[in-house]
Design a protein. Structure first.
Length: 346
């Protein structure tokens, strides 16, 4: 082989080595960043008691909105909202899904939290009695289901009794799971029960002749009970300590939730049920769709807690003796998170 041929061959080999080396050892290229590394997610724990009215959290998880925000959500289910809330303050979770009343009551007692966002614009509570009981005042000496003491349903029932001239000492309260209340009424174990209005169909089918004395989804009834058509209380909360130490995490949670609420408002109850059915074991997609359709119009489009919607809850808590002092919107509602989420979504 000539010297010229040998030189050409050597140069060619060097060029190939350089080219191959450049194609492999480029750690900062977009292709290498996306191919080999998974996005690291921050773990968040959400305490709850699984209810249709908190659908935004389930949708945010199932559609991957939490993951898009860099969050890995885990749900822990409790028997009732106040227990889930206590779990959060004990450090078992970062966020909690429940009604606002227990949060305000705890705040009044020195256990401070923030209200981050709401799912609904108005109450979806209702109260029913056995066929022979036509009025709330007829419940004196009878057995009533109202949920766990300290819960929002319990406070709701106490307000109805008070309006009828009765007190909690005039009735006997029965301790049941929410899902067992309708059966208890049908079997005569209870004379009156709290129930969520989305269970109305099951109630009327299970208890022929049942009297639905109060349906808060009726605008006139709602206004008579609360003085307004707005009551933004199916909320997400976190402790003030957690929010102050982890504002970015709270913002990411809110971003995903606001996006989920938008999706809920843009899709049918059937589509929502198709997505969310894994979260509601023992319920068919058709049953879930039917129930959600009952409350779909109550869902907010943005998640915002407005001063009027909050004031309704605070007035109720103050008038019912759940809180001793007024709290004030700015002290407990962290509205900046939803505002920023909405700005980012536009």
């Amino acid at each position: 082989m000539s010297k010229r041929a040998t030189s050409v061959l050597i140069i060619t080999c060097i060029m190939l080595l350089v080219f191959n080396g450049c194609s492999v050892n480029q750690p900062n290229t977009p292709a290498d960043n996306t191919a080999g590394e998974a996005k690291e997610l921050k773990k968040i724990v959400i305490s709850e008691f699984r209810g249709i009215n908190w659908m935004s959290a389930y949708v945010a998880d199932l559609l991957g909105y939490f993951e898009e925000e860099g969050l890995d959500a885990e749900f822990i289910i409790y028997k009732d909202g106040p227990i889930a809330f206590q779990g959060m303050h004990a450090g078992d979770s970062d966020f909690c899904l429940l009604s606002a009343e227990p949060v305000l009551r705890a705040y009044d007692e020195g256990m401070e939290s923030y209200l981050i966002l709401t799912n609904t614009k108005n109450r979806t509570y209702a109260f029913a009695t056995a066929p022979d009981i036509k009025d709330m005042k007829d419940l004196k000496g009878k057995t009533v289901f109202a949920g766990m003491p300290g819960s929002a349903p319990y406070s709701f029932v106490l307000s109805l009794l008070k309006e009828a001239g009765l007190s909690e000492n005039d009735v006997s309260f029965i301790n049941l799971e929410y899902g067992a209340a309708i059966v208890a009424l049908a079997q005569g174990q209870a004379d009156g029960i709290f129930f969520d209005i989305y269970n109305k169909k099951i109630l009327t089918e299970s208890v022929p002749g049942v009297n639905i004395l109060v349906d808060a989804t009726n605008p006139e009834t709602h206004k008579a009970l609360y003085g307004t058509e707005f009551c933004e209380t199916t909320i997400v909360t976190c402790t003030k300590k957690f929010a102050d130490e982890n504002p970015e995490t709270v913002q990411k949670f809110t971003n995903a939730s606001v996006k989920a609420l938008k999706w809920i408002n843009e899709h049918s109850s059937a589509e929502i049920a198709e997505l969310a059915s894994p979260m509601f074991e023992g319920m068919t997609k058709e049953e879930l769709a039917s129930k959600f359709e009952t409350v779909k119009s109550s869902f907010t489009e943005t998640g915002e807690i407005h001063p009027e919607g909050y004031q309704t809850v605070e007035d109720f808590c103050f008038e019912q003796g759940l809180i001793k002092e007024r709290i004030g919107f700015d002290n407990i509602v962290a509205s900046q998170y939803v505002k920023k989420a909405l700005e980012n979504s536009n």
